[in-house]
Design a protein around this ligand. Structure first.
Ligand code: PLP
Length: 353
């Protein structure tokens, strides 16, 4: 449940002392332009925000070439996941996701009384055939995170299209592209916009919590067909996105220099981290996002649980994966350089002891 999901994640108030490589947050901190925009709105905080997030939707539409009327903003993509499930699934319905898919899919399904169904993966990768084989007349919603958290794997455009083509027209396919900006440089990657444009039963979800580094403000958005946007606008709260999130979001979208710098950081340090961990004898799943899933030995003294404790006691927080059914793995976010160096140093020390 939610308590399991957030346990071992960030420790609020401890950010200055703990190195937090546990929640896949932006490695460089927020965009200076977003910080300035947030400061500038402080004197207006007695005002209600624009309930339609108009300026933010316009900025997103311009940046991505979208129809602003079909963008719906939410308090993080978590809110949009919950709203979509509340709208499209209920008792007796099934919500399908990939075995090691993002934990909020089964949690959200249970919250609305629906049954979460996990399709088996092949090599820590969403298996489209297994997903399609798990579809029943009760399947209402199908989630695919692309790239997926916590595996870091992704499906190429033809595989996503094949998954969609195999679904009944009344089943909603939700492509959760929370980590899209890290994968976009690859020519075999899609966040799914073309599928949303072509089919009324496809939704793309995006977040400001990762490369845009605004996790604390809670901001995400959905791009979908007009009927789905209409449903989301009916079920969401009238002021579900705070003014601070809206103004910082606009500034972050427009700060292309910050985005490029954040992407360059990941492009340099994701391979570095992968190489160092592999060099320590650990097995690292190839990742297209800003984190790696690392498999530890099952030998007593060298296990994932003991490695987590070793790092936590020394001020470095990474993420346990038992709640994802991966008790022998840990997930490490591509954070700032000094934190990554320290995590790798400590893991080397731990494994050598
Ligand atoms: N989707 C995926 C795949 C994620 O990994 C996360 C956060 O870790 C979210 C959605 C939720 O993000 P938000 O902070 O926008 O609620």
């Amino acid at each position: 449940d939610i308590a399991v999901y957030v346990s071992g994640a960030n420790q609020v108030g401890a950010t200055t002392t703990l190195k937090q490589l546990s929640s896949n947050e932006g490695a460089l901190g927020p965009s200076p332009a977003a910080v300035a925009a947030l400061r500038a709105m402080a004197g207006d905080m007695h005002r209600y925000p624009d309930g339609g997030s108009t300026a933010l939707r316009a900025a997103l539409a311009t940046k991505h070439g979208l129809d602003a009327s079909r963008i719906v903003c939410g308090a993080g993509s978590d809110e949009l996941i919950a709203l979509l499930l509340k709208s499209y699934a209920g008792p007796g319905d099934e919500v399908l996701y990939s075995q090691h898919g993002f934990l909020m899919y089964p949690i959200g399904a249970k919250t609305v009384g629906a049954t979460p169904i996990a399709a088996p993966e092949t090599g820590l990768r969403t298996d489209v055939d297994a997903m399609l084989a798990a579809v029943t007349p009760r399947t209402r919603v199908v989630f695919v995170a692309n790239p997926n958290n916590p595996t870091g794997s992704y499906l190429p455009p033809e595989e996503i299209a094949r998954l969609h083509a195999g679904l009944p027209a009344e089943t909603l396919l939700i492509i959760d592209a929370a980590y899209a900006e890290y994968a976009e440089g690859r020519n075999d990657y899609t966040a799914g916009i073309e599928l949303v444009e072509a089919h009324p039963n496809v939704v793309m979800l995006r977040t400001f919590s990762k490369i845009y580094a605004l996790a604390a403000l809670r901001l995400g958005w959905a791009y979908c067909s007009a009927p789905v946007a209409d449903v989301l606008n009916r079920v969401r709260g009238p002021f579900n996105v705070s003014l601070s999130a809206q103004v910082a979001g606009v500034a972050a979208v427009e700060d292309t220099e910050f985005l490029a710098r954040s992407r360059a950081h990941n492009e340099a340090w994701l391979p570095w981290l992968t190489e160092k961990l592999t060099g320590l004898g650990l097995s690292v799943a190839p990742s297209a996002a800003n984190f790696v899933l690392v498999r530890f030995p099952e030998t007593p003294g060298k296990t994932a649980a003991e490695a987590w404790d070793y790092l936590a006691q020394r001020g470095v927080l990474i993420r346990k994966m038992a709640s994802y059914g991966l008790p022998h793995s840990l997930r490490i976010s591509v954070g700032p350089e000094d934190e990554l160096q320290e995590a790798v140093r400590l893991l080397g020390e731990f494994l050598a002891a």
